[in-house]
Ligand binder design. Structure first.
Ligand SMILES: C[S@@+](CC[C@H](N)C(=O)[O-])C[C@H]1O[C@@H](n2cnc3c(N)ncnc32)[C@H](O)[C@@H]1O
Length: 217
């Protein structure tokens, strides 16, 4: 996806991926992120999960392309924030939460600093197949061996080239991450139209949410 696609989505408020509640898999599996240290949240949107993680005592570092998303996050969560330029990025600094405004694919280790863990919900479904491999490679570049990653990825039976949201199958998660990460599945849950009426709008009867625990090799 080109950045313009996401800028438009936020501009038109077409953000069906955003969850009003804290992600239930994050609550269930937060231990997978280890006991302490900064949690990196790539493609963070305006996710409330960041505030929840901070409230668990974790420092949080998100990255997001859309200024509308980042501004909305701090405004809606009523968190006072300072804005500091860092090269091509704008860094939003608040108590316990930092968000870098810019492109994940331009992020370097120097900019990111050390991270203890990664929490990724719905980042992969935001990217077409070719970009997902680059996403995984960059995640390996940005993390130290041993770093745990909690990955929540929805999968549905739909044309794999149509999206976003794109369907991301377990075979693909294994394929793109296996070179640099050990991979375990923590759980998989099927969500039907009754539970998520938004699925019908995408012509889907169900989707499966799979929760992976990766560990950087
Ligand atoms: C499907 S949404 C998921 C958002 C969030 N993880 C959540 O759970 O609500 C994907 C987000 O990634 C952002 N995004 C897409 N490409 C990006 C990139 N290259 N760098 C940073 N953010 C990006 C989009 O603006 C969008 O907010």
């Amino acid at each position: 996806m080109k950045p313009g696609f996401w800028h438009n989505r936020w501009h038109e408020n077409r953000i069906g991926f955003h969850q009003a509640e804290v992600n239930r898999f994050l609550r269930r599996h937060v231990d997978a992120l280890g006991p302490q240290g900064t949690v990196f949240v790539p493609l963070c949107g305006k996710s409330r999960d960041m505030t929840w993680l901070r409230d668990q005592g974790r420092a949080v570092l998100g990255i997001e392309l859309s200024p509308l998303a980042v501004e909305a996050f701090f405004r809606e969560q009523e968190i006072p924030v300072d804005r500091v330029g860092r090269g091509e990025f704008l860094e939003y600094q608040a108590e316990g939460i930092t968000v870098l405004l810019g492109n994940y694919f331009h992020l370097t280790r120097a900019l990111l600093g050390p991270v203890a863990a990664v929490y990724d919900r719905a980042a992969l479904i935001a990217m077409p197949p070719a970009m997902r491999r680059d996403y995984a490679v960059r995640m390996a570049e940005l993390t130290d061996p041993g770093t745990p990653v909690l990955l929540v990825a929805p999968f549905s039976l739909k044309d794999p080239d149509s999206g976003p949201p794109f369907a991301v199958a377990e075979t693909e998660v294994r394929d793109i991450f296996a070179t640099h990460f050990a991979i375990d599945i923590l759980e998989s849950e099927r969500v039907t139209v009754d539970q998520d009426p938004g699925l019908a709008e995408q012509g889907l009867a169900w989707r499966e949410e799979t929760v992976y625990r990766l560990r950087r090799l």
